[in-house]
Design a protein around this ligand. Structure first.
Ligand code: MN
Length: 132
């Protein structure tokens, strides 16, 4: 069970992703824009961030770059979610510091596979750190 911050401005997409993650046993906190996400990150850093790249105002690319620059949030995996299935979009997301990439419409199995992989990677890193 992980604490996941879901950043998504579309209410239906947020509800769907939240249901999938909650049903998988995770605790989900939602933010509808960058300001809400930043407040949530300050209040309680999550284990994983699901980041809609298309947000009103400050977009997900910019927010992810800022998360990567901040020492208190830089190690949190960011899974990008985008509806722009454009060439180069995935590369742009990875360059901004995203750890993985999903395209809408959300596929439940694919989302859970990516989430588990990113959470597993984090656990492995912690285990390695703890043993030294
Ligand atoms: Mn959006």
């Amino acid at each position: 069970m992980a604490h996941i911050l879901l950043v998504e401005d579309n209410p239906l997409n947020a509800k769907l992703a939240s249901l999938i993650l909650t049903h998988d046993g995770h605790e989900v906190v939602t933010a509808t824009d960058a300001a809400e996400a930043e407040a949530s990150l300050r209040a309680r850093p999550p284990d994983l961030i699901l980041m809609d790249l298309g947000l009103p105002g400050k977009d997900g690319y910019t927010l992810t770059r800022e998360i990567r620059r901040d020492p208190t949030t830089r190690d949190i995996p960011v899974l990008a979610v985008t509806s722009f299935a454009m060439k180069g979009d995935e590369r742009r997301a990875m360059e901004a510091g995203c750890s993985g990439y999903l395209t809408k419409p959300i596929d439940r199995m694919r989302m859970l596979r990516e989430v588990h992989e990113l959470l597993g990677r984090r656990s492995t890193a912690e285990a390695v750190d703890g043993s030294t």
